[in-house]
Design a binder for this molecule. Structure first.
Ligand code: ATP
Length: 310
């Protein structure tokens, strides 16, 4: 593997508040279907921005326009002021990394090797260096492995470095995808449904991980259907509906906007804040009811001198 972990080629850290991503008038048409229509969105350094919307709203298509997988029919995407080239590996090299809705790991490679693959955009050693395996190559290889191991520690997978990726449980595969994306030393990380298929504990852990990534100076743009996750996490949320940006603002603004609620009618917020509390109240009421039902038995038990388990 041709690697180099020196951070010389890494995009310089953005100044606080600097615009990292600036997408303007992005439109994507597939034949007669306009999947994304005239969307403006910016992300500043130090921010976690959410992108939500009902199924088919155009969120992933918009991500694909940002990362060079699609060339927008209209509009422009800039990263730190530079117009992005329409090639995904060049976008990664510029400083934008992403994960995918459907996990895309190298299943038969180890966890560590998957992260090393993510470092290729930061590699200076070329083909000849790799073939000749000179001292420069070995030094770069060692540094790259050290950085990959560091990233595995960061996401909590250090002890799984030598496991095959396909043997990891689903939640850990998602973490590995994030570690691999971070291996390109991005200034902006795009996460496409990072908690899909996770249990509540894994989701909370992912929330903490995203905060930690932001604290490392990496801005984050995240698509997610789990509204609790989004509203806990994001400084700002943009709502796409039928390809257009309907609303953008902080969590309170977006949650309180009746157009957003209307857009989701028939497709209620998944894990909307309050759902858990409602379930707890319901459970408590059920429990109170069953305790009341149990009262006569308690009396009977008391009468027989037996203690109830409480
Ligand atoms: N390559 C493509 N060719 C044709 N139509 C496409 C293509 N990619 C997406 N679409 C269409 O564009 C629309 C937006 O799809 P997209 O996957 O971006 O939505 P989404 O908001 O990410 O949905 P979900 O939340 O279900 O993942 C859909 O109608 C979809 O069928």
């Amino acid at each position: 593997m041709t690697t180099d972990t020196t951070t010389q080629s890494t995009a310089p850290a953005a100044a606080p508040g600097e615009t990292v991503l600036d997408a303007r008038g992005v439109t994507m048409r597939f034949g007669g279907l306009t999947a994304v229509r005239n969307v403006d969105l910016h992300v500043n350094s130090g921010e976690i921005v959410g992108l939500i919307g009902p199924n088919g709203a155009g969120k992933t298509t918009f991500f694909n326009c940002l990362t060079g997988l699609y060339i927008p029919t209209e509009g422009e995407v800039r990263y730190k002021g530079q117009v992005l080239p329409p090639k995904s590996f060049k976008v990664t090299a510029a400083g934008i990394a992403r994960t995918f809705q459907n996990i895309r790991l190298f299943a038969n490679m180890t966890v560590l090797e998957n992260v090393l693959v993510g470092r290729h955009t930061r590699t200076k050693e070329g083909l000849w260096s790799a073939l000749l395996r000179g001292p420069g190559f070995h030094k770069a290889e060692a540094a790259s492995r050290a950085r990959a191991q560091e990233l595995l520690e960061f996401v909590g997978l250090a002890d799984k470095a030598e496991h095959l990726a396909r043997n990891l449980p689903y939640g850990e595969q998602r973490k590995l995808e994030i570690a691999r994306a971070l291996a390109s030393e991005p200034g902006l990380l795009l996460l496409d449904e990072p908690t899909a298929g996770m249990n509540p504990q894994e989701t909370r852990a992912t929330e903490e991980l995203v905060f930690a990534i932001r604290d490392q100076g990496i801005a984050v743009l995240v698509i997610e259907h789990d509204m609790r996750f989004i509203f806990n996490l994001c400084d700002r949320v943009a709502v796409l509906v039928q390809g257009e940006k309907l609303v953008e603002g902080d969590s309170a603004t977006v949650q309180g906007d009746e157009r957003v609620v209307a857009a989701y009618l028939g497709e209620p917020f998944e894990n909307a804040p309050g759902d858990e509390e409602a379930a707890e109240v319901e459970a408590a009421e059920t429990h109170a009811g069953s305790t009341a039902d149990a009262a006569p038995r308690e009396a009977t038990d008391t009468a027989t001198g037996k203690e109830n388990d409480r």
